[in-house]
Write a protein that binds this ligand. Structure first.
Ligand SMILES: [Zn+2]
Length: 73
């Protein structure tokens, strides 16, 4: 059985992407978080995706932390 490095990489990307939101929430154990970090270091696509996801999450958090703009009273 031959190993296709592209297929291996794609499978790894999929795995890392499934972990990303938990990674950004700090919910992963240090070993799994290191896997995500290590992969993102050499995978441009995942690095970009991780950055976009981080920006999205921080934007959502900022929105959630703001007081309600309309005063119901
Ligand atoms: Zn990747």
């Amino acid at each position: 059985m031959t190993v296709n490095p592209v297929a291996v990489h794609r499978a790894h990307c999929r795995h890392v992407r499934e972990l990303m939101s938990e990674y950004l929430d700090g919910e992963l154990d240090s070993k799994t978080a290191a896997t995500v970090r290590r992969h993102a270091r050499f995978c441009t696509n995942c690095r970009r995706m991780l950055r976009n996801l981080r920006l999205t999450i921080s934007a959502l958090r900022a929105l959630a932390e703001q007081p309600t703009p309309t005063d119901p009273g």
